[in-house]
Design a protein around this ligand. Structure first.
Ligand code: NAD
Length: 317
């Protein structure tokens, strides 16, 4: 890994969102200038650091003009803009397709025109569906079973096409369950940790869909931002350009609740409901490729991550 040249400017699409805002902070901490492209559909202005090195373009990443404007002067791109909800994609496959695939194609096309040095793309563990027993490997079978997962996988295919045909270098990271500060907790599409933490803080019951023994790979957002920054800084072409980004540790929902109770010092009542359509049973990453190619693998334990989240909740109250 090398220090980036002074002329580096990174476009972060979705930079006003949960993960994007942490990526922006991580880049600024490395003294890299940033342009944010966001339509603020789920992102917030308050998430974007007030810093002279940040330029903000408000617009839809599926449209030509805002993408062309935002990419002006940029050397690298982190493409995170999307409607990050499996459930919403099932209720509105056409509406979400625009943000989840058309935007990726629009960004790639501009990367080709501009001659971008590297694009880092937010794919998802959703592309695996229930196809593999955990830990899942990138070379194993895929079974995208929702419009969200299908769009993410199609995005990876477009990345490959643009790399092979036009030489646009790219890395696709298959994020597992990302959690941490600034993840919204007040929407039906929120991540399970932010939802459970909020319920614990309110003293309210949590609803577990299924038996609670389904496992997830929870990865701390600070680790995700560090890995993305490392991908931007990576010298040469990695041997694999599609990599899992998870902690490599499985946690079932009942264990997660126990950990939240420990951290918050409260007891959380559990109610059980029918499993949600499209939910996968087990999801844990094999992170060998990430370790070998980027050497920046997640290190934050679930307890450490939950404690940092709990202290943020306490400061906000
Ligand atoms: N959070 C997770 O656990 C997780 C897991 C797998 C993949 N991902 C992917 O990571 C990325 C970031 O997710 P997040 O959790 O930070 O979600 P988020 O909703 O907080 O961030 C998405 C951002 O994109 C913006 N956006 C949406 N559609 C847009 C459009 N058409 N044009 C411009 N901006 C648009 C939103 O306003 C928001 O700021 C997404 O691509 C998501 O699919 C997230």
């Amino acid at each position: 890994m090398s220090p980036l040249a002074a002329a580096t400017r990174v476009l972060v699409t979705g930079g006003a969102g949960f993960i994007g805002s942490h990526v922006v902070e991580a880049l600024l901490a490395r003294n890299v200038a940033v342009t944010v492209l966001d339509d603020f559909s789920s992102g917030h202005e308050t998430n974007v650091p007030d810093d002279p090195r940040v330029r903000v373009v408000r617009g839809d990443a599926a449209d030509h003009d805002p993408v062309a404007d935002a990419m002006d002067g940029c050397t690298h791109v982190v493409h995170l803009a999307a409607i990050a909800s499996v459930e919403r994609s099932m209720n509105d496959p056409i509406g979400t397709h625009r943000s989840n695939l058309v935007a990726t194609l629009q960004v790639l096309e501009r990367c080709r025109v501009v001659g971008i040095e590297r694009l880092v793309y937010a794919s998802s563990a959703a592309v695996y569906g229930n196809a593999q027993l955990p830990p899942v490997t990138e070379s194993g079978p895929l079974s995208p079973s929702t419009p969200y997962a299908i769009d993410k996988l199609a995005g990876e295919s477009y990345l490959r096409f643009y790399e092979h045909t036009y030489g646009v270098p790219s890395i696709a990271l298959r994020f597992f369950n990302v959690y941490g500060p600034r993840q919204v907790s007040d929407s039906p599409y929120s991540g399970v940790i932010s939802l459970f933490m909020r319920r614990a803080a309110e003293g309210a019951a949590v609803t577990i869909h299924g038996d609670g023994l389904q496992t997830r790979d929870f990865v701390y957002v600070g680790d995700v931002a560090a890995t993305i920054t490392a991908c931007i800084e990576l010298e040469g072409t990695p041997t694999s350009t599609i990599m899992n980004l998870g902690s490599g540790t499985p946690t079932n929902l009942l264990e997660l609740l126990d950990a939240i109770e420990d951290v918050c010092g409260t007891r959380v009542e559990r109610t059980f409901a029918a499993p949600r359509p499209g939910d996968v049973r087990h999801s844990v990453a094999d992170v060998t490729r990430l370790r070998e190619n980027v050497r920046q693998i997640p290190v934050t334990t679930l307890m450490t991550g939950l404690r940092s989240l709990e202290s943020v909740h306490r400061r906000v109250e």
